[in-house]
Design a protein around this ligand. Sequence first.
Ligand code: PEP
Length: 262
Amino acid sequence: MECPEELDMNKARKLIIAGNWKMNKTVAEALVLVQDLKLELANVNEVDIVVCPPFTALSEVAIALRGSNIRLGAQDMSEHKPGAYTSEIAAEMLKELSVRYVILGHSERRQYQKESDEVVSKKARAAHAASLQPIICVGETLAEREAGQTEKILETQVLGSLAGLNNGQMVQTIIAYEPVWAIGTGKTATTDQAQEAHAFIRALLVKLYDDATAWSVRIQYGGSVRPSNALELMSQPDVDGALVGGASLEAQSFADIVKNSI
Ligand code: PEP
């Protein structure tokens, strides 16, 4: 599907590269990593750069990032308002810590916490209500791809996870296409596989939202992104950034992914 000429959004979308640290880094380790990243990435303005530490490090990392070009993200949040939900974290609490982005529906949460599209959509609406920008993850397993179900799975996850988001909220939403078989496995989707899935998601957005919205949404690729494959992936017309797991835990490799993507 071609972007309407008058919009000409292809590659007008600013790349967004986010590091998902998962359940890694003590506060002390997190601070070392961000200090190194600040030095490495100080002059990069072409890309929106985001780090997503564990909840326990958000407060200190927020202070360390003040005045820098690196933004803060969280890895999850509750769909509920503050209240009697033991161990949960509300959007308002993240907002107070200068968190701007929140990863929702990561495949590890879908798998281990059985998080459904419905829950993801509730979280996405709660994130927007607190002016946080959700990064909504979707992606098929290897068995689903091999069974030829990739598009069906993506359609179900995209429709379900975005339910209830209006045009204005969608512009402020990021989608991460993360084929589950490529996460943490060292197997990256080929550029063709990535572009095909991203274009399919873009076509779904065109059906769901007005053209200006659908073509402005940024779609990240995630799954074994490395400094060596970043540029090739990022050069695809519908790949607008990356969600990086393993390679974001070390300053040099994350910084190289960002720099190599430009
Ligand atoms: C992820 O978990 O979001 C991810 C993409 O991990 P990795 O880069 O390690 O494959």
